[in-house]
Every structure is written in structure tokens, then in C-alpha cells.
Design a protein around this ligand. Sequence first.
Ligand code: SF4
Ligand code: SF4
Length: 452
Amino acid sequence: MHTNFSHEQLQDPTIARADAMLRRCVHCGFCTATCPTYVLLGDERDSPRGRIYLIKEMFEQGAITPPITYHIDRCLSCLSCMTTCPSGVDYMHLVDLARVRIEHKGRSPGERTTRWLLAKVLPNPRRFRVALLFGWLARPFRGLIAKLGMKTGAAALALTPKGLPHFKLRERKTVIRPVQPPVKRVALLLGCVQEVLAPSITRAAIRLLRRHGVEVVMPSDEACCGALQHHLGREDEAHKAARRNVDAWSGALREGKLDAILTTASGCGTMVKDYGHLLARDRGYAERATDMSRLAKDICEFVYELGLLPPLAWTSLRVAYHSACSLEHGQQVGNEPRALLSQAGFTVLEVPEGHICCGSAGTYNLLQPELAGQLRDRKLHNIANMTPDLIATGHLGCIPQLQRGSGLPVVHTVELLDWATGGPCPQQLEKLKSKVHPIESLLHLAKNAELR
Ligand code: SF4
Ligand code: SF4
């Protein structure tokens, strides 16, 4: 793409970086076919190519117009376009630069307040628990709140779990050792929202790792990964979270070798894998951040390399695997979760249009509830056509998003792997237990049949 930046403009490091990224785009338009918002809306300005033009215009003219903000805000950051692009356009970092600029100079007071609240509440488990309590009390007034035009509030209430949040903070061990001498040692990022909404995922991950002989370290001073703030364009807060985690893992590294830094929420994984880029200009952190990014792995990548233990049960359960965008496109981890679920005995079903986002996308389903709802319905329609028993995914954000519109249970991939290799049945799957049989009892039946 031809750009028209002046020499003075290019002295600004942000513009110089944007210029290099913009120039890689050759306008071919291949990315439009796989962009969820373009597929839904058919508007070039809601396609990757159209947004790249808008970003170029914004940086060249130094003006943030309402249409620019409107169409950039409608981008999910699903990164499907990066998987498709033959020219290697770094759309992820380009749209990040645009978001930071918009956040600084292009928001109304109302938008600022909403985004400030989201950035302060969601990544903080204590505040998030209190917010959930208010959400639980306000649920009956959701219709009224929607009528008053408070669309983010109404969307948040729709996603609020029906039960009261757990207020008892769980006792947190910082090192969990396997029964046998450890074969590996990893740091596990607990995350923020997941620890409040679905702590069962982390517990399943710890059991799974322990069973495979892995020592799990969870530094007490680690923080939220910073992805939520980053996607809201709040760069300083994201950097602060990243620096805190780099320090926490550096402490764990001083106590012994770390084979990996694991994440169970793929949105966090994409973020941690990008810490090297995020802190590249921070002298005190750049090198260590790059080291941490190299160590970062999604839990399925790690268990796949380690080799999954044989399953203890035979199951006829049909699992629709919803590949979260942050895992499929952000980390390019597609095969491992599917292969692990198959090895664990499940029948894995490929969801048609699997590359299209479910609409969750961090805070997207709160800030763009109409589009998020359309994407969710489209995804669930594709899933329902395959008549699965359940849905599995590798990112917490997709779970309430899909659960809200589906009668099928939605679980995290690690909960299934843990169950298959000896862990408890995930609570959501209690009704499906009859479709799972211990392998020992099947062998016993087969032996009896042979004797007869
Ligand atoms: S990140 Fe997703 S929504 Fe945004 S332009 Fe790329 S494909 Fe479209
Ligand atoms: S596929 Fe890549 S090069 Fe082609 S228009 Fe899209 S971003 Fe530009």
C-alpha cells in the first residue's frame, strides 16, 4: 500500500511502525472472505482491507473521525485476517497502534467512563466479584436497562451467571508438586476473570499436569495478563500488568528452571506470547519479556508435546470443538487440542465456518452486543447441525458467550482431558455420564464374552 507520510511525521516512532506495516498490504482482498464483520455486514470499511485504509487515513491526516472510530471499534481482533493474508500484514499490531491513538484522542466522555470501568473491574478479581453481586441483584431489571439505552450494562447482565458469585477466596498454594519426582516444572497463569467465573478450569489443569508428573508454580505476585486493557487501547495499564508478570516469573526462574509458562485461557496466551513485542522498548524488561514469551505455551501445546496418558474410560460423546480465535489465529494452535481430545477417546466434530469468531472477543460482547449476538447465533446454528453432545473450547470468554444461546453444555478442553485421564466429571456433564464407561469394566465384559 502506498503511504504519504511526511519526513516529520515519520520521526514519530508510532507512525514509522504503522508505515512499515501499512506498506505490506497489497490490496488483494483475500482477507475479506474470512473476516467475520465483513461476512456479516458486507461493508468494505468493516473488512481488514477497509480498516487498514482507515488507519492509514487516520495516521496520515492526524484526525480521528467518527467513522474511523466506529469501524475500528467493530473489529473483533480475532486475527482471522492474519491467518489468511498472503503478504504477512501485521494487522494485530497495526490495529493496536490505532486503538491506542483513538483511546487517547477520540473518545466521548460516556465511552471513556464505560471503558475505564471495564478496565478497572474485569481484571481485578475482588472488584469483579462485587460487580457480579450487583449484576445478580440487577438481573431482573435488564429489560429496563436496555430500554434506557445502556447497551453495555444490559449485555453485561445477560452474561452474568444466574447463581451468586463465590466470595470465599480460595486458598492458593504457590507450588504444587506431583506424587512422583517431577519430569517438568511450569508456571501456570491463573488469570483474572477465569478465577472468578470458572475456577474449575484451573483446578482441572493442575490435576492434569500433576498426573503427568509436572510441578506447577503459581507466583503469588502475578497479575492479570493485561489483554483486556490492551484491547481497550489502554497501553500503560497493559504494560504495567506485563511488567508485573515478568517480575513474578523471573522470581520463579531464580528458584529453578521453568520448562514453560502455561495459560489455560487462550486470550491470555496470545498476550503473554507477545510480551516480547509489547515491552521491546522498555530497557529494563525487553530481554526478560522476550524470554518469557518464548517460554509461553497453551496448556494443550504442552500436554501434546509431553504425551497424554491413556484414557481410563471409553466414551461415545460427540464433542463440537470450537477453536477460539486467540488459539487458532492468535497462536496458530489448531491441531493439538483436537488431537488430544481424540486421544482421550472423544469423537471430535469440526464446526463448519470454524474460522469465524463466536463474538466473545474480550470485551467485544459487552461493547458491541448486537454484532456479538449475530456471530454467536451463527456459530451455534453451525454447531447444532452436527448434533453434538457438548461443546469444548480453549478460552473462558467463549464459554458464557456460547452457553447463553445453547442448551448444550460448554466446557473447557482441559476439563475433558482431566476427566478422561482420571479426574472428576465436569459438573456441566453429569447428565452425560451414562455415555462413559470405565475401560476396566469394558475389558471385563469382553473377557466374559470370550469365555462364553
Ligand atoms: S481481526 Fe477479525 S474482525 Fe478484525 S479485521 Fe481481522 S478478521 Fe476482521
Ligand atoms: S489479505 Fe493481506 S495484503 Fe491482501 S488486502 Fe488483506 S491485509 Fe492486505
